[in-house]
Design a protein around this ligand. Structure first.
Ligand SMILES: NC(=O)c1ccc[n+]([C@@H]2O[C@H](COP(=O)([O-])OP(=O)(O)OC[C@H]3O[C@@H](n4cnc5c(N)ncnc54)[C@H](OP(=O)(O)O)[C@@H]3O)[C@@H](O)[C@H]2O)c1
Length: 181
C-alpha cells in the first residue's frame, strides 16, 4: 500500500443533511424550508473541506448563490460531460471520493463531505462514518428523500433541540450519528 492510500484511509466520510421527519430533503430542486441556523451549521461543518454533490444539487446551489460553494472544493458528479468553472467533475462516486480524500489530505483535513442530494446520499450512505443531520420536525410533501437510516448501525453522539419560529419554520434538532465500530 502506498503512502497516499494509507493517508486516505484515515479520512472520514461525513454526510451533512437536513431532512423532515418523513425523510424529505427537497422539492423542485430546492430546499423545502429556510432555516438560517441550519445554513450556518452547514457552513461551519463543511468550510475548508471537499464537498461531493450530485449535478442537480450543484445546480440548485448555483441558482441560489450564483457561484460554487465558497471556501470548499466543489466536487460534482454527473454521468454526462458536465463542467463548470471552479468545480472538479467526475463521472462516478468512487473517483470523486478518492479525489476528495486526496485534497483533504493535502489541505490537512481528516474529513470529506457528502453534500447530497437524494441520489448521492442513497449511493454514499453505506460509505459514511458520520451523519450530521438536521431533523426538521414536520412532514414535507417534496420529491427528494434521504434513504432510510438503519438505526442499529449508528450511535447518536449529540442531539440539540431548537424551537419553531412562528410563520418561518418548524422546530428542528441538530443530531450527530457516528457509525458503530
Ligand atoms: N436538505 C438537504 O440537506 C439537501 C442537501 C442537498 C440537496 N438537497 C435537495 O436534493 C434535491 C436534489 O437531489 P437529486 O437526487 O434530485 O439530485 P442529486 O443527487 O443532487 O444529483 C443527481 C445527479 O447526479 C448525477 N449522478 C447521480 N449518481 C451518479 C453516479 N453514480 N455517477 C455519476 N453521476 C451520478 C446525475 O447527474 P447527470 O444527470 O448530470 O448525469 C444525476 O442526475 C434538491 O431538491 C436539493 O435541494 C437537499
Amino acid at each position: 500500500m502506498d503512502i497516499d492510500m494509507d493517508i486516505n484511509m484515515d479520512i472520514k466520510v461525513t454526510a451533512v443533511v437536513a431532512m423532515a421527519e418523513n425523510l424529505c430533503i427537497g422539492k423542485d430542486n430546492d430546499l423545502p424550508w429556510y432555516i438560517p441556523e441550519d445554513l450556518k451549521r452547514f457552513k461551519a461543518l463543511t468550510l475548508g473541506k471537499p464537498v461531493i454533490m450530485g449535478r442537480k444539487t450543484f445546480q440548485s446551489i448555483f441558482e441560489r448563490i450564483g457561484k460554487p460553494l465558497p471556501g470548499r472544493a466543489n466536487i460534482v458528479i454527473s454521468r454526462s460531460e458536465f463542467s463548470h468553472e471552479g468545480v472538479d467533475s467526475f463521472t462516478n462516486l468512487q473517483n470523486a471520493i478518492e479525489h476528495a480524500k486526496t485534497i483533504a489530505a493535502e489541505q490537512g483535513f481528516n474529513e470529506i463531505i457528502i453534500g447530497g442530494g437524494a441520489q448521492i446520499y442513497k449511493q454514499a450512505i453505506d460509505l459514511c462514518d458520520i451523519l450530521q443531520i438536521t431533523i426538521v420536525h414536520t412532514d414535507v410533501d417534496g420529491d427528494a428523500f434521504f434513504p432510510a437510516i438503519k438505526t442499529e448501525e449508528w450511535d447518536m453522539t449529540s442531539n440539540d433541540n431548537y424551537g419553531a419560529i412562528e410563520g418561518k419554520h418548524p422546530s428542528y434538532s441538530f443530531q450527530t450519528l457516528s457509525r458503530k465500530v
